[in-house]
Design a protein around this ligand. Sequence first.
Ligand code: CO
Length: 211
Amino acid sequence: MTPIEKLLLENKAWAEEVKSDDPAYFERLAHLQTPQFLWIGCSDSRVPADRITGTQPGEIFVHRNIANLVIHTDVNLLSVLDFAVNHLKVNHVIVCGHYGCGGVKAAMTNHDFKYVLNMWLRNIKDVYRLYNDELEAIPDMDKRADRLAELNVKEQLLHLAKTSIIQRAWKYDRRPHLHGWIYGLKDGLIKNVFEMEPGAGLDPLYRYDDL
Ligand code: CO
């Protein structure tokens, strides 16, 4: 059996198991999606949003990319954010990074990763530059990468708050709450790094006053 055939076989077994536990399960989910959470996480295969939070299909709306970045020209991410905030009306947006993040580590090197990856990782280098003094004071490179992963989560949360999507929802709906989390690959635990309540302070330059 090829690995791909195994995936499809496992899928069949899973669907049978779910149906035998709860015969109306798929019928119910097919008609309704009301997640309360938008998850913006790393694409890393070791950080599955639903598994590590004990949530079921239908509970978390998910967007993942390398190193969980929120980039204000990323139409993919912004479409997910717009849909989650304005149509699904989620109450919480979570940016979840993780320790030992390969994207973060790659951004700390001077290696040419070619083409598109250089462009993507540039965004993490910009975070490094912002916290250069704090990071350069950490001699252990793994610890430094872990601290950069935390600071990266904070910066991406600020990027969310800079969007008119979030600012408009804050103004008219007093939601969503923004949560910056970091997941530990070694212990499976999530730590809170940074959070922003609706209307939280933001550099005035980024605030829209005529929404
Ligand atoms: Co990662």
